[in-house]
Design a protein around this ligand. Structure first.
Ligand code: IDP
Ligand code: MG
Length: 176
């Protein structure tokens, strides 16, 4: 019962999660091989949880060249693409669907700029990497691309429509 509703401070006020349009924004995150191999999975997931973002889907998969050519279609003609593809196939990755109000922008800001050496301290890249290529995380860059990318990596039924009971302590009622 609780899983289907946003519970506010006043528990008599329950809003059906399907009406929480703002909360329904989603983004795709990939924990890259540079994250997995460097044992940073817990650090990244810990920050996602502490910020109040909801993990609505998560699985480990092995990427291949075909999906990377699609996912990085804007980069396939760059000289560094072969190196990028190789690094993304070096070991399995973890793909996640995050949900939250403004989650695409919020998680891009938490991620930091592409080059880890230029990323601000306090961001995931700024705190945990030193490379412009091995930069530990992928995060969707727009709401539209997030939906395209989620469809690329998740099958129907692998993303769950639930709202944690803590939601009423993460957002004020009028923010949902
Ligand atoms: P983003 O991951 O910050 O959105 P994009 O420009 O979309 O950055 O590039 C996708 C990924 O390609 C980067 O995260 C990084 O791993 C890699 N990449 C981007 N630019 C370069 C480059 O100049 N040299 C090497 N790798 C790059
Ligand atoms: Mg990008």
């Amino acid at each position: 019962m609780f899983g289907r509703y946003c519970i506010n401070f006043d528990t008599s006020v329950k809003t059906n999660i399907k009406n929480c349009k703002q909360f329904m924004e989603r983004t795709l995150v990939i924990l890259k091989p540079s994250c997995i191999e460097r044992n940073l999975i817990g650090e990244v997931i810990g920050r996602i949880e502490k910020r109040g973002l909801v993990i609505a889907g998560m699985k480990m998969i092995q990427l291949d060249e075909a999906v990377l050519r699609e996912h990085y279609s804007h980069l396939v003609d760059k000289p560094f693409f072969p190196q990028l593809a190789k690094s993304m196939m070096a070991c399995p990755v973890i793909v996640m669907c995050l949900k939250g109000v403004d989650v695409v922008r919020v998680f891009r800001e938490m991620t930091g700029v592409t080059n880890g050496r230029k990323a601000a301290p306090g961001t995931l890249r700024g705190d945990f990497c030193m490379s412009g290529s091995l930069n530990i995380i992928h995060a969707s860059d727009s709401v539209e691309n997030a939906e395209i990318e989620l469809a690329r990596f998740f099958k129907p039924g692998e993303i769950f429509d639930y709202a944690p009971a803590t939601l009423g302590f993460i957002y004020e009622t009028d923010e949902l």
